[in-house]
Write a new protein. Structure first.
Length: 145
């Protein structure tokens, strides 16, 4: 599996491109994947999503580290709680079976919490990009004078 991953990663240079589009897409999609209740499979899912949508691989994989062995249970409990609240708020059809209902709520909550987390990370990313661009513009102005 690792050999296949390395071969695929070498053949697709867009996975390593740090363009704004590629990184921002990786931030949002990676955040959604990180908060979905698929612990253990999220790196594989993130890799295939990055391949499919031409997102930055390093950024999408980095976001997966949010959910780890120490944070997974609290995060998934929180996303299930948010999902339960949203199902009730929006009047979505709910499932009555125990584990299926929790999973359904965790998926809905994971998508919403992932989007919100992605938005916050995107704002931070944009702030640092803006600062970097602003510094380079100021340096160019100083060099011209």
């Amino acid at each position: 599996m690792l050999k296949w991953f390395a071969k695929a990663a070498r053949k697709t240079p867009h996975l390593w491109k740090f363009g704004e589009r590629e990184v921002r897409m990786a931030i949002y999609l990676g955040s959604i994947i990180a908060f979905l209740p698929i612990f253990g499979a999220q790196f594989v899912v993130a890799f295939f999503v990055a391949l499919a949508v031409r997102a930055n691989l390093l950024a999408i994989m980095s976001v997966q580290l949010v959910t780890n062995i120490f944070t997974a249970i609290p995060i998934y409990a929180f996303t299930a709680h948010v999902g339960n609240w949203l199902v009730d708020l929006w009047g979505l059809p709910s499932m009555h079976a125990g584990i299926m209902r929790v999973t359904y709520n965790a998926v809905i909550g994971g998508i919403v919490v992932g989007l919100l987390f992605g938005f916050v990370v995107d704002l931070i990313f944009r702030f640092f990009i803006f600062r970097r661009l602003n510094k380079s513009v100021n340096v160019k102005r100083m060099l011209k004078s």
